[in-house]
Design a protein around this ligand. Structure first.
Ligand code: MG
Length: 382
């Protein structure tokens, strides 16, 4: 595999927090990817959702299938730009590890609960999962991933938080960008969820194909599909349209990013890190189409009354679990309870709250619902 000089190369990696001997067969970023796949947090993504709650139906995306789709799109872009595919894939697979149950509704509810204790942010939590919360290795907490994978996972961060995180968060203090591989994973995430949310919303019956008449990116592909296969069944037509939308966006990103790279001609990943703007980007016309699709989804899907009902219920479950555990950690399973008391001994009330937030954030949708019933349903004894 040829790699451009601005790609992350393993030999120049800033390494792991705790140095480890190399592997005989696998590269370091490949190992990072493998550690992510074998983590408990990754497996739990199967029962966590973004928009639709898991038990609403088995045909919708979960965070697991979303992460795999992001990795697929990201690898395609990485290959096209001749940068590090293994690193790109590792970041893509890990990008959602810190998500709470119930998507954004869960995250917002947990953030509100944690407001007095430093807040809750899923990106920071993803880093916390790989740096601290996974319990797998004898010699260290977390997965001990490479600097570049951790840099990519930390997509957003406030200045206050950045000061506590060391070199991985430097760019949030001094300005600058992460590696091209991280930029790819970031944009692949947006491409993946925009398109699959249209697909899921159509299948869930939240919107009908006619509602998308005002969305240019959809209509253009729809016209092409109708021209090629008039009378195609809805199911196949929707797939043919969405694969064209993804393809058009990926192609656009490749062309626009190539141009941006040519213009700024970075000679190394450190040159990439010094730039003011990301190099991986849409062209201006595609950017506006992308934003139009996002606006459509916000108005017609994310604010749909059926989604809102689930979100309100989800927020209640998260809030009530958090409050119960914070006021009485002895309601928690032994190992989680012990951790909460340990964190409290180190850092008082804020430590206690953080331990509870870690426990609640780690839950899947169905586990959170079951825990809520076990605690609040008087008729339920186990
Ligand atoms: Mg995502």
């Amino acid at each position: 595999m040829t790699m451009q000089p601005y790609a992350v190369i393993e030999q120049a990696s800033r390494g792991r927090l705790r140095p480890e001997p190399g592997d005989k067969f696998r590269g370091e970023f490949q190992r990072d990817r493998d550690r992510i796949i074998h983590s408990a947090a990754f497996r739990r993504l199967e029962y966590k959702t973004q928009v639709f709650v898991n038990h609403e139906g088995d045909m919708f995306r979960t965070r697991l299938t979303h992460s795999i789709e992001v990795a697929q799109i990201a690898r395609t872009i990485a290959r096209g730009l001749e940068v590090n595919e293994d690193l790109t894939e590792a970041i893509a697979l890990a990008h959602d590890l810190g998500h709470t149950p119930f998507g954004h509704a869960g995250q917002d509810a947990l953030h509100a609960c944690m407001r007095r204790f430093g807040g809750f942010e899923h990106n920071l939590q993803s880093l916390r999962v790989v740096d601290l919360l996974e319990e797998k290795y004898a010699a260290f907490p977390g997965l001990n991933l490479s600097f570049e994978t951790r840099e990519g996972i930390l997509k957003h961060c406030s200045k206050t938080d950045a000061h506590t995180l060391g070199s991985v968060a430097e760019r949030f203090i001094n300005g600058g960008q992460p590696s091209i591989e991280a930029q790819i994973a970031n944009l692949a995430d947006e491409i993946a969820y925009n398109n699959h949310d249209v697909d899921d919303a159509l299948r869930a019956g939240l919107i009908a194909v006619q509602n998308l008449d005002s969305v240019a990116s959809f209509v253009d592909c729809q016209r092409e599909v109708n021209g090629l296969w008039p009378g195609l069944s809805d199911r196949r037509a929707i797939h043919e349209i969405i694969r064209r939308m993804i393809n058009a966006q990926v192609t656009d990103v490749l062309v626009a990013s190539h141009q941006a790279i040519e213009t700024s001609a970075p000679a190394s990943v450190d040159d990439v890190r010094k730039l003011k703007q990301p190099l991986v980007r849409f062209s201006a016309p595609m950017r506006s189409q992308h934003l139009a699709l996002k606006r459509f989804l916000r108005e017609h899907v994310y604010r749909h009354y059926r989604v809102r009902r689930m979100s309100v219920k989800a927020a209640r479950v998260v809030r009530e679990l958090f409050k119960s555990f914070l006021s009485d950690p002895r309601l928690m399973p032994d190992d989680a309870r012990d951790r909460v008391f340990e964190l409290e001994a180190e850092n008082g009330r804020a430590g206690r709250a953080r331990g509870v937030a870690d426990y609640v954030a780690g839950m899947t949708d169905r586990f959170a619902i079951a825990e809520h019933q076990r605690i609040f349903d008087a008729a339920r004894l186990t």
